[in-house]
Design a protein around this ligand. Sequence first.
Ligand code: ARG
Length: 560
Amino acid sequence: MSEQQAKTKQAAGGKMWAGRFREPLDAVFEQWQRSFPFDVRLLPQEVAASKAHAQMIAAAGILTDAELERMIDGLDQVGDITPEFAPIEPGFVNPRLLGAELGTTPRSIRRWLSRQPEFCEIHVKHTRIALAKDDPLLLRMKNHFAIQANLDLDGEGACEEFPATTEADLAASMARAEDVHHFVELQLTRVIGPLALKLHTGRSRNEQIATDMRLFVREAIDTTVKGLRRWGLALVELAEQAKEAAMPSYTHMQRAEPVLAAHWLLAYVAMIERDIARLADARRRMNLCPLGSGAVAGATLALDRAIAARELGFDGPTLNSMDATSDRDFLLEFTQALATLGGHISRFAEEMTLYATAEFGFLDLPEAFSTGSSAMPQKKNPDFTELMRGKSARLAGAATTLAVLLKGLPLAYNKDLQEGQEPVFDAADTVRGILGILPGFTRSLKFNFARMKTSATTGYLNAMAEATYLSNKGVAFRRAHEIVGNAVRLGLESGRELDAIPLAELQELSPAFGEDFHAAIGLEATLDCHDVVGGTARARVHAALTEARQRLSSDAWAQL
Ligand code: ARG
């Protein structure tokens, strides 16, 4: 080794960009700028993208068939590594957060896991829990332990055993790796030797991170859509059980007209369907492969980019290398879609919180999702709905971070983009957490339909139906409105609802009132007079329920 090479090696400590440098990095800066502590969760995506790249360079003649085979096999082995702090299958449980609450024994963690709704017994059994006291990186991160499991939102228990990797060089490369790309290269070198150094031929980390994030978001969209469909179906089920139960609807938070409780619940299904459509739309737009874009100007090898695109399930390669390496619109769209979804979840949470108050009394909060007060023995607090409402703020925060991060960035890649990862992970984890609980919560809601009905049939909520009755008798609506207004005032002054005012008294207000009047303002008639597409007439809601169930169960959403 020449003196120059020795200096370089010492200065850069095995970095991917060592050659040009003589001075070592400032030690604090070096740790501070690393993305590995959070981008390690992109390990599966990085390995998949690296395999696709290997295929491409092999096709371009850089690797022989035998070398390609060794490379793919080595990458598979690297993909099997489970660094001690890797979050649970992409990061549902954040060990850093759990560490504070749970103590540090594997038993206490296992006990905690068994209480989580997403964990079936088999998950708990297959969960590997490692105390990581001796790992310097973990100590630095203030983690006491790590959990590694393969969660399946379906609860079907598709679990895998994870091979333990405790070798010293793994720990060392974990501590040294600048980012997940560097880590894979270090590990691949450990597994297959110097051949690993050929993998970087014709590629740049700029296209790698762009690809990894696309793969991550694509998967996160699929998980979110799955959870949304499950929540939508839970709402449909609840709406079906509500049959013809009525409740007041509100405008300006003042009682307006009676609606079917099913109609109200379907309003949330409509929001969910828009959320799904937004995510599906973003997914379609982002499903292109940046590999082969190089650092900025395109790969320096004549790569067949279609190979990598196909391998990774993309619809094709991206069309401009400068855009592809710096484009994070898909992160923005994803977080914005989640922020909108968060708004919907928060509205739902707010209504449940409100309707569970003694003042409304429309609903009894399920005990399994509520907590008591340490001070006031009578309390049952709506923690789940309040936390959902609160967590939606994080989603809006992620979208804001992305919007501000991207604004004003010159083309093409800039390191600022590294800051776009954590908010995306956090938003995906937040939604995944909520949607893991929300369908079960929704299914266990118990409404007080008698109380809802009383609220729907008192307070002149049939005034609009009464005005409609008059207009059907030929009275101009503006005039009908005024007549019914007078009737309401009469009722208010004498403490009577509209249907308790005798016909003779009403006829003094307008001769158009007839014998059929009472039938026209009864609850059922009041509901049924809204007989339009999207209205609360019983037959319309019945049909809407069937259609919503069909749409949410359709495979069209399953195969985005
Ligand atoms: N960790 C980096 C990121 O997230 C990976 C890309 C690094 N590229 C570079 N030219 N330094 O953006």
